[in-house]
Design a protein around this ligand. Structure first.
Ligand code: 2HA
Ligand code: ZN
Length: 271
């Protein structure tokens, strides 16, 4: 099936694989479909699948359709066999159940992180109706930092911002951090969606990262920007525990006017 959405979804999975962020079946991707995109698939919908529990409640997403990677599926394989790896699901009238209507042709279920994806997509829809993508990956450098930095939003945001001038411009709202938790359920979904109410990046300690975006390029680009800065920080910390030079609080303040961004002073503390 030749389709722009399939192309863009696949590109993200393949690019993440090529970055080394998706060992085995690690990571997952979800997209809240536009009505006209749903129509492009409707002729090949099947309606015989059971309604299953999401495992949480997302009432603001009732009757919406989502394209999601499958549980246990490998990002590596999305470009090779899309209809085996990816599903289109619809959420029921109550926002508590879903039904597979397309894809996963050899069986299976949506991503094990479906509660987190849908809870994030719900708060994002309320924040900005055009925010449609949630992407989860396991990039090594940001995960490495969760072993050595305090698990605090202020510290992660500031340390990552300092690594590249572009960072506060790309994610001026900063980074939220979730302490280690059992993945795959409602509890971690609640914590992550709390972050997504105001921020576009959530780090899961000793696990990975969640980002959102209006489109696939934006979501992928955000993951890439944070991970690149994390890589620089890992290199810096590997060379020396202290920095001789860095971007200072007033330098960040000076970025606000030319780049039309507002940076919360809580990130601009004196060290
Ligand atoms: O295996 O990344 O968090 C998929 C995951 C679970
Ligand atoms: Zn994961």
């Amino acid at each position: 099936m030749e389709n722009r959405l399939i192309r863009d979804f696949t590109k993200t999975c393949t690019d993440g694989w090529l970055q080394g962020w998706h060992e085995r079946n690690g990571g997952n991707l979800s997209y809240r479909m536009r009505p006209e995109e749903v129509e492009q698939f409707r002729a090949s919908f099947r309606n015989d699948e059971p309604w299953r529990e999401i495992g949480t409640e997302v009432p603001a997403l009732k009757n919406e359709y989502f394209m999601v990677t499958g549980s246990g599926k490998y990002m590596r394989n999305v470009s090779l066999d899309f209809e085996d790896s990816v599903a289109v699901i619809r959420v029921d009238e109550t926002g508590t159940k879903y039904q597979i209507v397309w894809g996963l042709v050899n069986g299976g279920k949506p991503t094990s992180e479906l509660p987190s994806h849908l809870m994030n997509l719900e708060v994002l829809k309320q924040r900005d109706p055009e925010m449609r993508i949630v992407y989860h990956a396991h990039p090594a450098n940001i995960v490495a930092l969760t072993f050595v930095l305090p698990l605090k939003d202020e510290v992660f945001t500031r340390e990552i911002w300092e690594m590249e001038t572009e960072c506060p411009v790309v994610f001026p709202q900063g980074i939220g951090v979730v302490e280690w938790m059992v993945p795959g359920g409602k509890e971690i979904g609640i914590k992550t969606s709390e972050i997504m109410k105001t921020k576009n990046v959530a780090v899961w300690a000793h696990h990975g990262m969640f980002v959102c975006g209006h489109d696939f390029d934006e979501a992928f680009g955000l993951m890439h920007t944070v991970e690149k800065a994390a890589e620089i920080l890992v290199k810096v910390l590997s060379m020396s525990p202290t920095k001789l030079n860095t971007i200072k609080p007033q330098d960040f303040r000076d970025l606000q006017e030319p780049f039309n961004i507002v940076l919360d002073e809580k990130y601009l503390y004196e060290k």
